[in-house]
Unconditional design. Structure first.
Length: 568
């Protein structure tokens, strides 16, 4: 897997670098006038339609990008991932989230062992457990049905499942299966998040799912202990066995916490946290809310894209095309950010999830061999559903910085509305903006056009739009569980492609660790200062000043007398 040189030292990279000036001479208005070019930049697979004709590329650019993919050994790296090789070299791990949604008859090996049967053993356990809870066969300590679920986790144990849950909440099939049930996610150690999650819930009807691979994540375990206290204060210590389950690999700590190890659901070290929504991390809470049959469709949608990514030629491969275009935008055109703009409110948590998957994966400054990179990697991802975003940050996108945009649209709304007498349906109104915004970014508006419209000359500079701002459009047939799985896998693999081309390790996250270790020192200082009155020491002047101020101004809070849980 290790390369002897950086990708920027290869001929295809240098060829693309020299090609930048040619592209900058050509406006998107001109590129979009070439019908044959546009036709060649439209790809469809399994109902998902991609149009990338509004990218600042021509056919020569694409050929050069494919040469770059070859120089980076992209196909070889994809094969290594699917074959279970330890491509996460800094942690000596395979990267096999694809196995989490593989059909039962698949063969995906890790260290010579097919892991698919193990995956399905856990999936079947989730199916049985979730159905026993949903049917009322599994009941709480006082004999009541457990109709409410709080999933405790952070980062990848939270953002992915929350995205899928939010997207399913308004799907008609999912609504039917979720009747009478609630699913909430507790991530932040801030007690406000605890208060919001337990508001209106009864411990007698609540099941808590604690998600932590090691069962040592500081924020997650403090939240778990807090909800354990909430349950035991009301129902007694024995209630934990009926009201708390775990998703973890550390059965010793699970049992020590008070959860029956038989009620722990496994996953594996070849699943990175941000790629774990298809493991028990996401499948368990989502199955408790919507039933396993709905979640299985989500897994099948993701699996469909997995197979497409593995086998489709690069010229028709959705994740590969998207990944190569991102490399072009970031490393050659110099655009550091990407806006993810789903024209569906159901996808409101999609951009926050992709923020983590992308920026934690590709926010790296060294190659996979540890060599400092002389080029930029990663993107600053952000987004908001349309049309909300149009009234928020689109001003910047249209007339400020150039930010490539991903427009995501849906043909059939989950909740269609057509008011009598209106020109179009509510969904048509939404999608009118989906189709218009990419053209507005691409074409812009010239001073000559404004003069013909009799715009006063002093306003012309303010109303001129330069255009030539790249975007791409993804159109999904609907937004059911299957389509949600497709969308997730497209972006997961797109991010992997970027990392493979850049020559970085997209599957570790050492940058997360430093702040956590420093927080441990602060935690110890807060403890000894509050309990023993010791002054703040061993920190720099700035941190010492801030910590001392915090301790002094919070000294009147009686720690022992704090209510175990905030009231709302």
């Amino acid at each position: 897997m290790a390369s002897s040189s950086l990708i920027c030292e290869t001929g295809p990279w240098k060829d693309l670098r020299a090609h930048v000036e040619d592209i900058k001479k050509t406006h998107l208005r001109e590129l979009l006038s070439d019908t044959e070019r546009c036709k060649s930049m439209m790809v469809e697979f399994d109902g998902v339609f991609l149009d990338y004709s509004r990218q600042c590329v021509n056919l020569d650019t694409l050929n050069k990008l494919h040469n770059l993919a070859e120089a980076s050994h992209l196909k070889e790296k994809i094969n290594l991932m699917f074959n279970g090789e330890r491509i996460n070299s800094t942690e000596n791990r395979s990267v096999l989230h694809i196995a989490l949604r593989a059909p039962l008859d698949s063969i995906i090996n890790n260290d010579g062992k097919n892991v698919v049967p193990d995956v399905w053993q856990v999936l079947n356990k989730i199916r049985d457990f979730s159905e026993s809870v949903r049917s009322g066969a599994w009941i709480g300590a006082t004999g009541k049905v457990l109709k409410d679920v709080i999933a405790i986790g952070i980062g990848g144990s939270f953002l992915g499942p929350l995205f899928v849950h939010t997207a399913l909440q308004t799907d008609p099939e999912a609504i039917e299966f979720a009747q009478g049930r609630q699913l909430r996610f507790l991530a932040n150690v801030d007690p406000i998040d605890v208060a919001r999650n337990i508001a209106g819930l009864n411990p007698e009807t609540t099941l808590v799912v604690v998600v932590s691979k090691t069962f040592t994540t500081a924020e997650t375990m403090l939240n778990a202990r807090t909800l354990r206290e909430w349950i035991t204060a009301s129902l007694g210590p024995q209630a934990v066995a009926k009201h708390m389950v775990a998703v973890s690999t550390n059965l010793t700590l699970v049992e020590k916490f008070g959860i029956d190890p038989n009620n722990a659901f496994a996953f594996w070290d070849w699943v990175g946290g941000r790629y774990s929504v298809c493991s028990a991390v996401g499948v368990l809470p989502l199955s408790l809310q919507y039933g396993f049959s709905v979640v299985e469709k989500f897994l099948k949608g993701a699996s469909s894209i997995d197979q497409h990514f593995y086998s489709a030629p690069f010229a028709r491969n959705l994740p590969v095309l998207l990944g190569l275009l991102s490399v072009w935008n970031v490393s050659f055109l110099g655009f550091p950010a990407r806006a993810i703009l789903p024209y569906s409110q159901a996808l409101e948590k999609f951009a926050p999830h992709i923020q983590q998957v992308s920026m934690e994966s590709n926010g790296k400054g060294v190659s996979i061999d540890g060599v400092p990179l002389p080029y930029e990697t990663g993107e600053i991802d952000f987004g908001e559903p349309g049309t909300n975003g149009q009234h928020s940050f689109y001003q910047l996108i249209h007339q400020g910085r150039v930010i490539p945009c991903d427009f995501i649209g849906v043909v059939k709304s989950q909740q269609p509305v057509y008011l009598k007498g209106e020109m179009v349906s509510n969904h048509d109104e939404l999608m009118s903006n989906f189709f218009a915004q990419p053209d507005a970014l691409a074409y812009g508006k010239t001073a000559e056009q404004l003069l013909k419209e009799n715009v006063p000359r002093p306003l012309i500079p303010h109303k001129t739009f330069s255009g030539n701002r790249p975007s791409l459009s993804l159109l999904l047939p609907s937004l059911n569980a299957y389509n949600i799985g497709q969308l997730l896998a497209i972006y997961e693999h797109r991010i992997a492609v970027e990392g493979f081309v850049w020559g970085i390790n997209s599957f570790d996250q050492w940058g997360v660790e430093l702040g956590k270790s420093l927080a441990t020192q602060v935690r110890k200082q807060l403890h000894v200062s509050r309990k023993k009155g010791k002054p703040v020491e061993a920190f720099n002047f700035s941190t010492t000043t801030m910590l001392t101020r915090y301790l002094q101004e919070s000294a009147d809070v009686p720690m022992e007398d704090c209510t175990i849980l905030p009231k709302m």
